[in-house]
Design a protein around this ligand. Structure first.
Ligand code: GDP
Length: 215
């Protein structure tokens, strides 16, 4: 089988799995509420408004899968989605960060929850760090990446909303983000370009999620 055939097959398998049975399982405000660690997990993180809910919806071909994360008061919780029948993996929506107005205790609580989850979760296979194409990597994103580097959780950087900027600007932010990724110890030296709106990069990202879960 050629590498192209293998990739096409992986993408098709990932499409069938991720657009098949996917259900919201639970929101965990504390580590003691985490589900049994019985299948691989892939976690999604990013600044508030980065397009995380839209990306989860695009990956699973749903209109409003990530509803729990937009319910007020549920934003500081880890949301678990179960994928596959039988259960094959879980997608974990980590709370958004970087809200300028968040009080310090909220930020501290966020850090403790996310850090403890990243450090202690043996089934966590990969994290996806979402970056808005229009803004590039910010200091709050670097903090998130540092937490992942320190927890030794490998991560992929995903540029979102790629349809919102000119091709030349996208090429520039892609290059600068790749340069940042290369400096981090646990980041993949690859940056995914996506648009949930246009479906760009979604098939490839689904395949990456499945490959990571099976790694
Ligand atoms: P979250 O807070 O990270 O979950 O972000 P959302 O998914 O709610 O998206 C924030 C805003 O960005 C919404 O108005 C979305 O419609 C918009 N958005 C998200 N993804 C895309 C995209 O790929 N293209 C465009 N043009 N807008 C997007």
């Amino acid at each position: 089988m050629t590498p192209e055939d293998a990739q096409a097959e992986l993408e098709e398998r990932a499409r069938r799995l991720l657009t098949g049975k996917v259900e919201f399982q639970l929101s965990a405000p504390k580590l003691e509420f985490l589900p049994e660690p019985v299948v691989p997990e892939i976690a999604f993180g990013g600044r508030s408004n980065v397009g995380k809910s839209s990306l989860l919806n695009a990956l699973t071909n749903r209109k409003s899968l990530a509803r729990a994360s937009v319910t007020p008061g549920r934003t500081q919780e880890l949301n678990f989605f179960e994928v596959g029948e039988p259960l094959a993996l879980r997608l974990v929506d980590m709370p958004g960060y970087g809200f300028a107005k968040a009080p310090l205790n909220v930020v501290e609580r966020w850090k403790m929850l996310v850090r403890d989850y990243l450090r202690g979760r043996l089934v966590l296979k990969r994290a996806l760090v979402l970056i808005d194409s229009r803004h590039g990597v910010k200091d709050v994103d670097r903090e998130m990446m540092k937490m992942l580097d320190e927890a030794a959780v490998g991560y992929r950087i995903v540029l979102t909303k790629a349809d919102k900027i000119k091709a030349s600007d996208l090429a520039a932010v892609h290059a600068s983000t790749l340069a940042e990724a290369r400096k981090r110890t646990a980041a993949f030296p690859h940056v995914h370009l996506t648009s949930s709106e246009k479906g760009m990069g979604i098939a490839e990202l689904r395949a990456a999620v499945l490959a990571d879960a099976e790694s």
